[in-house]
Ligand binder design. Structure first.
Ligand SMILES: NC(=O)c1ccc[n+]([C@@H]2O[C@H](COP(=O)([O-])OP(=O)(O)OC[C@H]3O[C@@H](n4cnc5c(N)ncnc54)[C@H](OP(=O)(O)O)[C@@H]3O)[C@@H](O)[C@H]2O)c1
Length: 272
């Protein structure tokens, strides 16, 4: 889809909605082909000032946009769809960015046959390094998936997955940036424990994280191989790794991601 052919409205423009809007603008999407909706007038004003786009009410967005990207919290989705659902013309593409909510949730609240695509992106969209997973709902065609893909490609990498994998995707990449930030925060604290100034510890760890991430992406090597290259016999790294294993870091990650997946399922159960 060439930018500018379709009009996209972000419905419920908070953190994720704004990431999508700003990414589309950076990718050259014409501002006059973008719309946003917000619940609070102050937020509406902020968005229109910051991006020079039209901030409209939900029903105007539904009537005028070709693609409706729904970015409200899962808990707010039912109330939103009670308002707009029956008025969505069946030829619009609805893209859900909501964690946990299956496309069937939208299907029940939209006119029969409305195509729905479920998308899970993440906050590195802000620097065009998002990981976005895209799944087709019942009425979404290959063309709808391609359209969603074209919208999210400028924000980073995209991957098509079956919808049955989306709760796991949410646990891994949707929430994933938070796990890395927590690790970095803890390693900076460790640097302070070892007597480094906070800024030095920060700079050392952040650049190490960036370097490691680029190696993981670009070297084609398995993480185990990359780790082994840093782990010499009887060296410093293996002493640290023994402590990480003793403290159950690997088991903690398995349990943590399982908990995130279960929470995504709970959100779906609570918002049927
Ligand atoms: N944050 C993440 O890292 C992340 C990652 C992947 C997916 N997601 C998903 O993205 C969605 C949005 O998350 P978020 O973190 O961006 O939440 P958020 O910052 O709270 O954004 C949601 C926005 O929707 C607005 N809103 C709610 N009901 C509305 C309505 N009826 N009409 C118009 N606007 C309405 C809210 O207005 P108010 O300001 O008045 O509350 C808020 O600005 C969630 O479903 C979440 O699961 C988030």
């Amino acid at each position: 889809m060439a930018p500018g052919v379709h009009t996209v409205a972000v419905i419920g423009t908070g953190k994720i909605g704004e990431l999508v809007l700003s990414g589309l603008l950076r990718a050259g999407w014409p501002a006059d082909k973008l719309m946003a909706t917000a619940r609070r007038p102050a937020r509406a004003e902020e968005l229109s000032q910051r991006y020079g786009i039209r901030v409209v009410d939900n029903l105007t967005a539904v009537a005028e946009a070709d693609v409706l990207a729904i970015a409200v919290k899962p808990q707010d989705a039912a109330a939103l769809l009670d308002d707009i659902g029956p008025k969505v013309p069946g030829d619009k593409l609805v893209i859900s960015l909501c964690a946990g909510l299956p496309t069937s949730f939208f299907g029940r609240r939209l006119p029969e046959g409305t195509p729905v695509v479920r998308v899970m992106t993440n906050t590195p969209a802000l620097v065009d390094e998002a990981m976005t997973a895209i799944s087709a709902g019942p009425h979404a065609t290959v063309a709808h998936l391609a359209l969603a893909e074209e919208m999210f490609k400028p924000l980073g990498a995209t991957l098509r997955v079956p919808e049955s994998q989306q709760d796991a995707v949410t646990a891994l990449s949707g929430s994933g940036p938070a796990y890395f930030y927590l690790l970095v925060e803890a390693m900076i604290d460790a640097g302070i424990l070892l007597g480094l100034p906070r800024q030095v510890a920060h700079d050392l760890i952040v650049q190490t994280a960036i370097g490691s991430a680029v190696m993981l992406r670009d070297s084609g090597e398995h993480p185990v191989t990359l780790r082994e290259a840093v782990t010499s016999p009887a060296g410093t790294t293996i002493s640290a790794i023994r402590e990480l294993e003793n403290h159950g870091v690997r088991a903690a990650l398995l349990a943590a991601l399982e908990a995130a997946r279960d929470r995504a399922r709970e959100l779906a159960d609570q918002n049927k």
